[in-house]
Design a protein. Structure first.
Length: 200
């Protein structure tokens, strides 16, 4: 099946409709992804949205490294068995899968979003995938399992070659919009500095 999907992807024309299995196959062939991000969060009762920006690194065999640079430095590291949050000037906060299994449900979910992992997403959400034309696609996720269905109304993903936008509507009426840009997959191996993020 994987070979068949790969061949379909290679032979497809520009007018060929994008499907979720093809998207997952495409993302699985990106073992390392680097990107910049800008985030805007609109909170009920606040007149001005909260804006932040930074960069991220996703390595399929290592995890996710999220570096917020503005308005203040905040680093988040997610691996299979731990989450480390470091706020500028403060000691790191470490959470393990054993101490907070619910947090690691979100960890697996976040990884699934970036990899378009259909099996993980279908377990937690009702999926509404649509081809938007010219290679663009949209995936609307409606939570169906706890605690996600108590936190989020919908999570909408938009992209083309990569995931470009995540729009989150939560049950409090707040909205979060995350835009990803300057995506790159080269170099294909982690640099020494990038390895240090995960092994440090």
């Amino acid at each position: 099946m994987r070979t068949l999907l790969l061949l379909l992807g290679l032979l497809s024309l520009g007018a060929h409709a994008v499907t979720l299995p093809e998207l997952q196959q495409r993302f699985s062939q990106q073992p390392i992804l680097r990107a910049d991000f800008s985030q805007q969060r609109t909170i009920s009762g606040m007149s001005q949205p909260l804006n932040s920006s930074g960069n991220l690194l996703i390595a399929q065999k290592k995890g996710l490294w999220w570096q917020q640079e503005k308005p203040f430095t905040l680093t988040l590291l997610l691996t299979e068995n731990r989450m480390v949050q470091t706020l500028s000037g403060q000691p790191p906060q470490v959470v393990t899968a054993e101490s907070n299994p619910q947090m690691f449900q979100f960890n697996a979910l976040l990884t699934a979003l970036f990899q378009a992992d259909q099996q993980v997403l279908e377990h937690n959400f009702t999926l509404n995938f649509s081809d938007q034309g010219q290679g663009a696609w949209q995936l609307i996720l409606t939570p169906k399992t706890s605690p996600l269905n108590r936190l989020f109304r919908t999570i909408t993903l938009n992209g083309r070659e990569y995931l470009n936008l995540i729009d989150i509507n939560d049950m409090q009426g707040d909205e979060t919009h995350v835009r990803f840009f300057n995506q790159r997959t080269q170099p294909a191996a982690l640099t020494a500095a990038e390895l240090a993020h995960f092994d440090g």
